[in-house]
Design a protein around this ligand. Structure first.
Ligand code: MRU
Length: 343
């Protein structure tokens, strides 16, 4: 956020890898549109963006009384919250900032300042958590391993560094000779467009594969572990992530390949007992029927387009968190780290 000018700047992820452009949002409604339209995407990134959206709402509000200001902020928070339902980071960031704003004892200017300060703190903490996850997770990757990943859980999906990709890039940085299979990740191709771009910039040897090829390579013994991010992990260790993750996890278990998900505590929804209660976002049919605006299916075809799926905890070997690598029993071990966590 450029607090001097009162704008939120973000990379337009829809333009990558062809163009690296930055868009500016002048108000919280523009931030909400950017999240909905996936200009910015990835669970921690949309949480941070929503936080900065609320900071813009605090500046925008012309309230002259405390109840008025709190009403304006609550209204903005609901508009931001309604953009995407699956990643818990969004609601987590908004709730955290609203609680901070309500707790301020001071002038309206102090409330406004507290909203911005908390949004900045959330963004800064995300980077710290990602560095910690990278260190813990890199120890799971051995010299010579091939890692398979799905969607994009890199710097673009976070404030910086990334979750799953942070782990992979750290292993490479430590001098381990690794190779990465990147699922293209239909329908929006986050793997082909974003993860391939990030890994190539980091100089990590990689091969882009069609989603449907992952099982083939696992059966051939070409994959030593799967590492993905997550949009929400529940108290029992169920993992909601980009659609297709569940299928990968099942095939990984069938082939004795460890399946890891890298998750900051901002992605752990300890109040939800299991993944059945996670809302799964349904997105526009055009994401399936068109590629770059070109139709690939008969006009009028019936489409279903869930953006995420839930991987039951029995397929999850371990969760990589900023507190360390968490193994089953997840209910006990997640409760322990969440009790100890910063949030
Ligand atoms: O629909 P997207 O692109 O926002 O989905 C993103 C994912 O599923 C990521 O794997 C997840 O948010 C983790 S990002 C660190």
């Amino acid at each position: 956020m450029d607090s001097g000018r009162g704008v939120v700047k973000m990379i337009d992820q829809r333009q990558l890898p062809h163009r690296l452009t930055v868009v500016e949002c002048d108000n919280y409604r523009e931030v909400a549109s950017a999240i909905r339209e996936m200009t910015v995407r990835g669970a921690p990134a949309i949480g941070a963006a929503a936080g900065f959206g609320l900071a813009l709402a605090a500046r925008e509000s012309t309230a002259t009384t405390r109840p008025q200001l709190e009403r304006d902020l609550a209204q903005a928070a609901e508009v931001l919250r309604a953009t995407r339902p699956t990643a818990v980071n969004l609601g987590w960031a908004l709730d955290r900032i609203m609680a901070k704003a309500r707790a301020v004892e001071g002038t309206l200017e102090q409330v406004r300042a507290a909203v911005t300060t908390e949004a900045v703190r959330i963004a800064d903490e995300d980077v710290e958590m990602n560095h910690a996850m990278a260190r813990h997770g890199a120890a799971l990757i051995q010299d010579g391993d091939t890692v398979l990943t799905h969607c994009n859980a890199g710097a673009l999906a976070t404030v910086d560094v990334g979750t799953a990709l942070g782990v992979i890039i750290e292993a490479h940085r430590q001098g381990k000779r690794i190779h990465v299979f990147v699922d293209e990740t239909r329908p929006r191709l986050q793997g082909a467009r974003l993860t391939a771009w990030e890994l190539m910039q980091a100089g990590v040897p990689m091969t882009l594969i069609a989603d449907n090829a992952a099982g083939h390579f696992m059966r051939k013994g070409k994959v030593q572990c799967v590492i993905v991010g997550a949009d929400r992990v529940t108290a029992n260790g169920d993992v909601a992530n980009k659609v297709g993750t569940y299928k990968l996890a099942v095939v990984a278990k069938e082939n004795g390949v460890p399946f890891y998900s890298a998750v900051p505590s901002s992605t752990i929804d300890i109040k939800l007992p299991n993944g059945d209660a996670i809302p799964i976002e349904e997105r526009d049919a055009r994401e399936v029927t068109h590629i770059d605006g070109v139709p690939i299916a008969p006009e009028g075809v019936h489409v279903s387009n869930p953006a995420f799926d839930v991987t039951p905890n029995k397929y999850v070997t371990a969760l990589i968190t900023e507190h360390g690598v968490v193994r089953p029993p997840f209910d006990e071990n997640l409760a322990r780290i969440m009790g100890a966590g910063p949030s």
